[in-house]
Design a protein around this ligand. Structure first.
Ligand SMILES: *Cc1c(COP(=O)(O)O)cnc(C)c1O
Length: 435
């Protein structure tokens, strides 16, 4: 009854993600969570097969992270980052630097993945401006991509995707076809033609190319060939265009490497991080820039180019809650935990289990494609079951899945044991059986 009352206030007044408030979809009332489980007000439990939007890779409420947040609460919950620094921020920076590829050393702490992408785009534009080519102020992105929900990042996400309604609001960028060569298939050289054409036509207006490396997550659940990134890296370098890897979804082990760009053996100029950064405990993201990008923005001399200094020296962004000490403490503790945990072993095990168990569904008439990479398992269906059937399967199996478009996917916590992976793939199969 108490829960019913609370739910009715929620229904009446609280907007949920991508949901109607006039005709709201049902929501579960969560009361606590630990490891892979979310407990509901009615006493039941759900296995969180999507790691609460891909964040809780080490499980919910990891005691070490909760403890770190509590300790930081006692000392200082927040202080502005302009004119101040603090231990959690500096220690987080040290942890991050130890994980970064060579040359990526300048960290901007943002408050969400979208803001990290906004910052990357602004850095790219300031970089070109500082080099004396202010005309290079557009970006190139891939069709089928997703980079966030703010106006600037919607404009970089799939142009025919969920943001189409807001076209009038968005700045205009350029798009290349997404690579068709599968991650685990043969490379088809014609796959790069679209990007080459866009850069040939518009390269002199382009500050940077932004991609989700290897795995296009929120829009397409598509894993593409590493050769694409190698070609793109070379092409960007040749043309004086920056390469931004949006690793918000792929970072911190999800695809089997610490960062997905490692599959291609390349290094981006700017990298965006979020989601697993705090293990699903607080909102925090980061944009990490190369020495060269930072130097140009700072108006330093780079190579033979005397920069004009018209980049202004300062990077012009500063969120109110930038570098929040609680979020930094959570991130630092999460990265510590990740380092101690055999995530490579865990992700490889989940990948093998997904390949075997989801692979078995590939012969079903309703299954168009099965894709697995690291701790990501995707069933692309011909027809999705209706929402009521999805909800029923979630209730019956006790597995929380959030299918979208034609995709039923799982991105579970790395700590998910084998028997729960089997329950997850079982629930995914139930959704696929519908025809
Ligand atoms: C989720 C996501 C974002 C946006 O992150 P928010 O924290 O939701 O703003 C950006 N890029 C990619 C690749 C993502 O998966």
């Amino acid at each position: 009854m108490e829960t019913e009352k609370l739910l009715s206030i929620d229904r009446e007044h609280l907007w949920h993600p991508y949901a109607s408030i006039g005709n709201p979809p049902p929501v579960n009332f969560a009361v606590s969570a630990s490891d892979t489980r979310i407990r509901l007000a009615d006493g039941s439990e759900l296995i969180d097969a999507v790691s609460s939007w891909w964040t809780a890779a080490l499980g919910h409420n990891p005691p070490e992270v909760v403890e770190a947040i509590k300790r930081q609460c006692d000392a200082m919950t927040h202080v502005m980052f302009a004119g101040f620094t603090h231990l959690p921020a500096v220690e987080l920076a040290e942890r991050l630097l130890a994980m970064m590829p060579p040359g990526l050393t300048k960290i901007f702490l943002a408050d969400s993945g979208s803001i990290a992408v906004e910052c990357a785009a602004k850095m790219a534009v300031q970089y070109q401006h500082a080099l004396g080519v202010p005309r290079k102020s557009k970006l190139v992105a891939l069709k089928g991509g997703y980079h966030g929900d703010t106006t600037g990042t919607m404009a970089l996400s799939d142009p025919d995707g969920m943001h189409v309604l807001f076209r009038g609001l968005m700045p205009r960028h350029f798009f290349a076809e997404r690579p068709k060569s599968r991650f685990d298939g043969e490379w088809d050289d014609s796959d790069f033609a679209s990007m080459r054409q866009v850069l040939d036509e518009h390269g002199d207006e382009v500050a940077a190319v932004i991609v989700e490396p290897i795995f296009q997550a929120a829009n397409a659940m598509w894993m593409y060939h590493a050769e694409y990134l190698r070609k793109l890296r070379a092409e960007c370098t040749r043309r004086g265009i920056l390469l931004i890897c949006d690793e918000v979804a792929t970072g911190f082990g999800r695809t089997g490497k610490l960062f997905a760009h490692e599959h291609a053996g390349i290094v981006p100029d700017i990298m965006c991080l979020g989601k697993i950064l705090t293990g699903g405990n607080m909102t925090l993201a980061a944009t990490v820039a190369s020495e060269g990008v930072a130097a140009a923005i700072s108006g330093d001399k780079i190579g033979d180019n005397e920069t004009s200094g018209s980049g202004g020296g300062a990077f012009m962004h500063g969120p109110t809650y930038m570098g929040n000490p609680l979020a930094c403490a959570a991130a630092r503790a999460t990265l510590e935990l990740l380092e101690r945990f055999d995530w490579r072993g865990a992700v490889a095990r989940i990948e093998a289990e997904f390949k075997e168990q989801l692979g078995a569904y590939s012969a079903l008439p309703n299954v168009r494609d099965v894709r697995v990479l690291g701790a990501v398992g995707v069933l692309e269906l011909e027809r999705m079951p209706p929402a009521e059937r999805v909800a029923q399967i979630i209730r019956d199996t006790g597995v929380w899945l959030r299918p979208f478009a034609n995709y039923v996917y799982a991105m579970p916590p790395y700590i998910t044991p084998s028997e729960e992976i089997r329950r997850i793939t079982g629930a995914m199969g139930e959704m696929a059986f519908n025809s």
